[in-house]
Ligand binder design. Structure first.
Ligand code: FAD
Length: 307
């Protein structure tokens, strides 16, 4: 019940101002965000590397309203790429990009987002790393997949994300399961209407398994973005069935969530990647994390009243 309310709040400017300004929010935010600066982010990358965990880094800046912000976000990713190259982290760290941060929702947004992401994908390739395009709400999926196929012409290693809650996603999985295709499968984190998406958690989970089967049977590189122990176990079983060794698929989890499970998978020889968000514009990301788990909201509210 609370999930949709929190997801609606994630897109409200007035609630954004209220929550972002409250200093008491900070300790809870810190659980999910690897700091506001590039230096803090790199520190987290090194700490995770010591635990055998690779990363995909997200510079927070979604839902912008100005073209200047799109350029600022592009430049932040170029600076991040330079830093990864300078630190020799290109092999351990890839980058996750939300095209809304590159102007996708502005007038002429498809072309604008493409123009802004191309230099980042090129710089990433030079630095020995890659980019994965995050998936946002359903209205953006066609544009994001079209930009993906444009980018893959010159940089086939560019990754995509598919969300099992969308009815269309099994078809997208078939289309994306080919040789060299890097695809992250997730359940989906936005507030979607009944016309396009499963609303029932059980249906979303069943669809996740169907998509997982398509990707694991395919020729691409599946990236399993889930903290759900059942999805992890089913992935392991499918890997055995299809003769996929660790490194021919990988697990991905969000920074700060189920860390013991992340360590366990590494200890068992799996390839594990953490999604690390950093930057000052953490509000939308933070609200989606609260919406995913009522206990997070309770933790957040307790921290407000205990001060
Ligand atoms: P759930 O059934 O939601 O959770 C399973 C268990 O995981 C829970 O019982 C709990 O123990 C733990 N858990 C899950 N969420 C939380 C949380 N917030 N805090 C604490 N514990 C939690 N979504 C998109 O729409 N687009 C994207 O591009 C995208 N990229 C992602 C990248 C990665 C690497 C990951 C892991 C997720 C991404 N997501 C994205 C979010 C995803 O869609 C889900 O909302 C999120 O992963 C929760 O689903 P779950 O599979 O973990 O399963």
């Amino acid at each position: 019940m609370l999930g949709p309310v929190l997801l609606a709040a994630a897109r409200s400017d007035s609630i954004r101002r209220l929550v972002s300004a409250a200093p008491i929010t900070r300790p809870v935010v810190d659980r999910y965000i690897a700091g506001e600066s590039l230096d803090q982010c790199l520190e987290s990358v090194r700490t995770l590397a010591d635990r055998g965990i690779e990363v995909t880094i997200d510079f927070l800046g979604e839902d912008i309203t100005q073209r200047s912000e799109a350029l600022r976000n592009r430049d932040a990713y170029l600076a991040l790429t330079e830093a990864l190259a300078a630190e020799g982290l290109g092999e351990r760290a890839e980058m996750s990009v939300k095209l809304s941060a590159f102007g996708q929702a502005l007038p002429g947004g498809h072309e604008l987002a493409l123009a802004n992401v191309v230099p980042v994908v090129e710089a990433a390739a030079e630095a020995g790393t890659t980019v994965t395009l995050d998936m946002e709400d359903h209205t953006t999926v066609d544009s994001t997949l079209a930009i993906l196929s444009e980018l893959r012409r010159s940089h086939p290693e560019t990754g995509a994300v598919v969300q099992s809650y969308l009815f269309r996603t099994e078809d997208d999985c078939y289309a994306l399961a080919g040789e060299g295709s890097r695809v992250r499968l997730v359940k989906g984190a936005y507030n979607e209407p009944v016309e396009v998406a499963h609303q029932d958690k059980r249906e979303v989970d069943l669809a996740f398994v169907r998509c997982l089967k398509i990707l694991m049977a395919g020729k691409g590189y599946p990236m399993i973005g889930s903290h759900d122990p059942r999805m992890v176990a089913i992935t392991e079983e499918l890997a055995r069935r299809h003769g996929r060794k660790p490194g021919e698929y990988e697990f991905q989890m969000l920074y700060g969530i189920r860390e013991a499970e992340q360590d366990r998978l590494v200890a068992e020889g799996h390839r594990m990647r953490a999604y690390i968000p950093y930057g000052t514009d953490w509000y939308g990301y933070f609200m989606r994390r609260l919406a995913e788990r009522p206990a997070n909201l309770a933790f957040f509210l307790r921290s407000l009243v205990s001060r």
